[in-house]
Design a protein around this ligand. Structure first.
Ligand code: AR6
Length: 207
């Protein structure tokens, strides 16, 4: 039983739906707004259909969230990843999640930004979110969590990345809402939590 195996797992039932504080009545909240959550913590603890991994092109592991996912999943994840032939920036590849409470890991490779971004990096980051969600629905996966892709080692400014993340998820949900139940923005840093709290109402307000 999953509950016994993963003692400190986090069930989706325990993560609230994000809601706009000014929403006067739940009935007035647009359908896609009910599918969004903001969660601050370790993505490897989530019991969910799929977690996205901010990987590198080799898909063979690294630091940051990638390192946490590989150490939580165990060595068979690296073994499966080694059969995939790497991954291009902006693309996504799915694997099992092994010892993690998630069912699958969807690996994506964010753009390397080194502190400044142009149109190319923005489009690549957009592709990461879009292709992960597309890979999820292709595999009939209805709940997905994202880390803040590219904003760590890859140096994408977090205040720019949040806008790309929110806009892309919104755009995807507007056209694929029947196939997706929940998208979790899993932030690790307090500063990212603040950025998401500030920007969520801009993209997922009522109406
Ligand atoms: N759960 C959720 N988020 C986390 C976790 C965690 N356990 N650990 C870190 N973060 P980064 P990138 C956040 O550097 O910028 C790797 O070496 C972190 O605070 O992991 O896309 C890969 O192999 C930050 O907000 O990914 C690549 O070589 C976010 O995850 C390279 O780093 C992303 O930071 C990818 O760099």
């Amino acid at each position: 039983e999953r509950r016994k195996k993963y003692k400190n797992y986090i069930s989706l039932d325990d993560i609230p739906i994000w809601s706009h504080s000014d929403a006067s009545s739940p009935d007035e909240t647009h359908e896609i707004n009910k599918k969004i959550s903001l969660f601050r913590g370790d993505i490897t603890k989530l019991e969910i259909d799929a977690i996205a991994n901010a990987a590198n092109k080799t898909l063979l592991g690294g630091g940051g969230v990638d390192g946490a996912i590989h150490s939580g999943a165990g060595p068979f994840l690296r073994k499966e990843c080694s059969t995939l032939g790497g991954c291009e920036t902006g693309k996504a590849k799915i694997t099992g999640a092994y010892n993690l409470p998630a069912k699958y890991v969807i690996h994506t490779v964010g753009p390397i930004a080194h502190g400044s971004v142009g149109e190319r990096e923005k489009l690549a980051l957009r592709d990461c979110y879009y292709n992960c969600l597309h890979t999820a629905i292709e595999n009939n996966l209805r709940t997905v969590a994202f880390p803040c892709i590219s904003t760590g080692v890859y140096g994408y400014p977090p205040d720019e990345a949040v806008k790309v993340a929110l806009a892309t998820v919104k755009e995807f949900l507007e056209t694929h809402h029947a196939q997706m139940d929940r998208v979790i923005f899993c932030v690790f840093l307090k500063s990212d939590e603040e950025l998401y709290k500030k920007n969520l109402p801009v993209y997922f307000s009522q109406g």
